[in-house]
Design a protein around this ligand. Structure first.
Ligand code: MN
Length: 513
């Protein structure tokens, strides 16, 4: 076993810390260590290691002291005897709010029904209420995925699927590429083990041949830039992660020679104009491949990504992609929303204001992104609920907007669960009748009774966010005329009318393929 975890392992990862920051993190560290004492993980290691590693990932993202402390404490309420009251007394309202948010998100599960997946992602965002909750949850999942091999086999696939479809997607849309890449590769290994091993083998082979040449080329680039007066350039390279490599391989008919960006050279220069100068110097020294020059500085990708890309003939028979950017662009590209100052310096006690900026920065990122063959990512149809928020934003006084934000979202949308945890989203004021028809027209047509959270309710009961709704059917039950006025969705109303025989015809349920 490695050395005993120490609070310094966390704080040394932070760019800057005050004495108060260290004091808070140390208190959370000791509190969590004591609370989890005696508990172990599937791997047999102390449970505390999990929250310690989660906090370390948060520190790498340069999270603030409250976020890191909440990361250390994120499992104490759920898994130990510590109560919410204890945490509030010891660490205050803000940290309690973060921990409770993370605990709530932990209850959402993906059960492999793709028709609910977008709703589930939305629900994650909506329920987080604060970007920091979502980020802690992502770091928590990242560590769980790193240790997935110890989890019982029958659970691994479900967790890996959920990670790929929900967590990696959200990390990607938030621009936290560093986390989305690792989550994708870790899930890929469990979801498609054969393809994963294929990809690993090909990449290893390709890199073995290419690395030595690339190292030589890297030095030539550094020298060329230096001679032209760019003396502070830094260079390194990145390897394409396995999941995206494999998806590209599929698109290129499994011709690995046709993929030029398994390895890419990165050039970091201080300013934007240095980026363009560096590109000029490189193009006047090596011949670029036509059609592969991308100016993502003038035209950033919809998720905010900025860089200059070019692919050149190195002269020794190889072709290399070069990415030129400033250190600031690099930090954005790797950490996305997590790199924003607002998140690093939360003003204590004023959660709404942080909400505002969080939702705002989500607007472009939440657009559906599609990658075409040329790697150009285009925004496709922004979901309506995002557009609603954007409209609300225009003209509204910022603070007012912040106050209305969360309320407004829930004034329009309702997220409820099936007993298995699938998410169904309905318009506000929907009833068990709407819910039943949203699941399946047959369930609606034979709806006999409904329970919410295990308690029998009347069929005109208005559903609330987070309700777990259970429907009992009976083959002799039939819709009654009263239901038409009770139902909120037009789909339910239509089915009820059909069933009452006023509008006989073929039953259509658009939610069933
Ligand atoms: Mn956890």
């Amino acid at each position: 076993m490695a050395t005993e975890p120490s609070v310094k392992d966390i704080t040394k990862l932070l760019d800057n810390t005050s004495n108060e920051d260290i004091e808070l993190i140390t208190r959370a560290f000791n509190y969590a260590k004591k609370a989890h004492d005696g508990y172990t993980r599937y791997s047999g290691e102390p449970y505390f290691n999990h929250v310690f590693e989660t906090a370390k990932i948060l520190a790498e993202l340069q999270a603030g002291p409250s976020t890191i402390s909440a990361g250390l404490l994120h499992d104490v309420i759920e898994d130990t005897n510590i109560t919410a009251e204890d945490i509030k007394k010891e660490f205050g309202k803000e940290i309690l709010f973060l921990i409770e948010g993370v605990t709530k998100l932990g209850k959402l599960r993906y059960h492999g029904r793709d028709r609910y997946i977008e709703s589930l992602r939305k629900l994650f965002v909506a329920m987080s209420q604060d970007i920091r909750v979502l980020i802690i949850k992502l770091c928590d999942r990242l560590h769980n995925m790193r240790t997935l091999e110890f989890v019982p086999k029958h659970k691994q696939l479900r967790i890996a699927n959920e990670t790929m479809k929900v967590y990696a997607q959200l990390a990607y849309r938030l621009g936290i590429r560093k986390i989305s890449r690792e989550l994708e590769d870790l899930s890929f290994k469990y979801i498609e083990p054969v393809h994963y091993n294929d990809a690993l083998k090909i990449v290893k082979q390709k890199n073995k041949e290419a690395l030595e040449k690339l190292e030589k080329f890297r030095k030539s680039v550094q020298k060329a830039l230096f001679l032209e007066g760019i003396t502070t350039a830094k260079t390194d390279y990145r390897m394409k992660h396995l999941h995206s490599f494999y998806r590209k391989l599929e698109r290129k008919d499994f011709d690995a020679d046709n993929i030029y960006d398994t390895l890419a050279l990165r050039v970091y220069v201080p300013t934007i104009s240095d980026c363009y100068r560096a590109l000029g110097i490189i193009h006047s020294t090596w011949r670029p491949l036509p059609g592969r020059i991308k100016d993502y500085i003038a035209f950033p990708k919809p998720n905010g990504y900025k860089s200059l890309h070019t692919t050149i003939f190195t002269g020794d028979g190889s072709i290399v992609e070069i990415q030129i950017r400033t250190p600031e662009m690099h930090r954005e590209a790797e950490y996305g929303i997590a790199s924003h100052a607002i998140y690093k310096n939360p003003t204590t006690g004023n959660i709404e204001n942080k909400n505002l900026l969080w939702i705002k920065s989500l607007l472009p990122a939440m657009a559906k992104l599609e990658e075409d063959n040329d790697n150009v990512i285009q925004a496709k149809e922004i979901p309506n609920w995002i557009r609603d928020m954007a409209e609300l934003q225009s003209g509204a006084v910022q603070e007012e907007f912040a106050q209305n934000m969360s309320a407004d979202f829930f004034q329009k949308r309702l997220f409820v669960f099936t007993p298995k945890g699938d998410v169904v989203d309905l318009p506000i004021d929907s009833t068990p009748i709407d819910f039943a028809y949203a699941i399946h027209s047959d369930i609606g047509d034979h709806l006999a009774s409904a329970r919410i959270g295990g308690k029998m309710v009347s069929l005109d009961k208005k559903l609330k966010n987070g309700d777990i709704v259970e429907i009992q059917t009976n083959k002799n039950s039939k819709p009654s005329a009263k239901w038409i006025n009770i139902a909120k969705t037009s789909m339910a109303k239509k089915h009820i009318k059909d069933a009452l025989g006023k509008n006989p015809g073929v039953k259509i349920n658009p939610r069933i393929k």
